[in-house]
Design a protein around this ligand. Structure first.
Ligand code: 13P
Length: 254
């Protein structure tokens, strides 16, 4: 696929896979994708599986991501994961502000922004998620919601930091529902996100930011979604839990 930006396909395993299961899955993905160099491929297991999967992906073209990050460093913050702990395991990416954390852990845009700044300060690349609910889409306020989340979650980042941040547009109604946004619906919001980025940091920065689509991505719809001019990758949930379906998505992105 001839794209303006290098595609990035990431598997968000959410709260799935034991350490042993993660080892098996990464082993399969690594075997099946060893020849793929055209796109960035990232796997994001649970924290408990990062150490072992990290050993497996050394010297492979896979990259490792985590699903959250503390807004601070080491210290008395029970249950939090500091950036240095992830860096030691060669983690490159951290998913931040996923709608499930916004909904269930009540994460705010301001908290996401602090975590994103902490990620950048420690050479981790945040994958910042935004997206509207079904009620918001039906009320015709998708752009308003997405713009608010973007401005809030990127607040305080420098233009250089925004440029290397990965964004993920994940309409909440398309997550885990099998209801994918049509490629046109997704492209429209991606183009809008890029417009917001232009207003925040100018054309040059906006042109370089990679924006993934997430929400029921599978092998059969990946090519059409990724063929849209402003869709620069996919953040895959359910279909990333099996090597076959994840590998199919990656292959369909080339
Ligand atoms: P599904 O691919 O299962 O819809 O999940 C998308 C998602 O939330 C990825 O972060």
């Amino acid at each position: 696929m001839d794209k303006a930006r290098r595609l990035i396909i990431a598997g968000n395993w959410k709260s799935n896979k034991t350490n042993a299961e993660a080892i098996a899955l990464v082993t399969e993905i690594k075997r099946d994708l060893h020849a793929v160099t055209e796109v960035d491929v990232v796997v994001c297991p649970a924290f408990t599986a990062l150490a072992e999967t990290s050993k497996l992906i050394v010297e492979s073209n896979l990259r490792l991501g985590a699903q959250n990050l503390s807004e601070t460093g080491y210290g008395a913050f029970t249950g939090e994961i500091a950036p240095g702990m992830l860096r030691e395991l060669s983690v490159r990416y951290v998913i931040l502000g996923h709608s499930e954390r916004r909904q269930f852990q009540k994460e705010s845009d301001a908290l996401v922004a602090k975590k994103a700044a902490n990620a950048h300060a420690n050479s981790l690349i945040p994958i910042v998620c935004v997206g509207e609910t079904l009620a918001e889409r039906e009320a015709g306020i998708t752009e308003q919601v997405v713009e608010g989340q973007l401005r809030g979650s990127l607040a305080g980042l420098t233009p250089e930091q925004v440029e290397t941040t990965v964004l993920a547009y994940e309409p909440v109604w398309a997550i885990g529902t099998g209801k994918t946004a049509s490629s046109q619906q997704a492209q429209d919001v991606h183009a809008f996100i890029r417009k917001v980025l232009v207003s925040l940091h100018g054309e040059a920065v906006a042109r370089r930011v990679r924006i993934q689509y997430g929400g029921s991505v599978k092998g059969s719809n990946a090519r059409e979604l990724l063929g849209q001019p402003d869709i620069d990758g996919a953040l895959v949930g359910g279909a990333s839990l099996e090597a076959k379906s994840f590998v199919e998505i990656v292959k369909n992105s080339i």
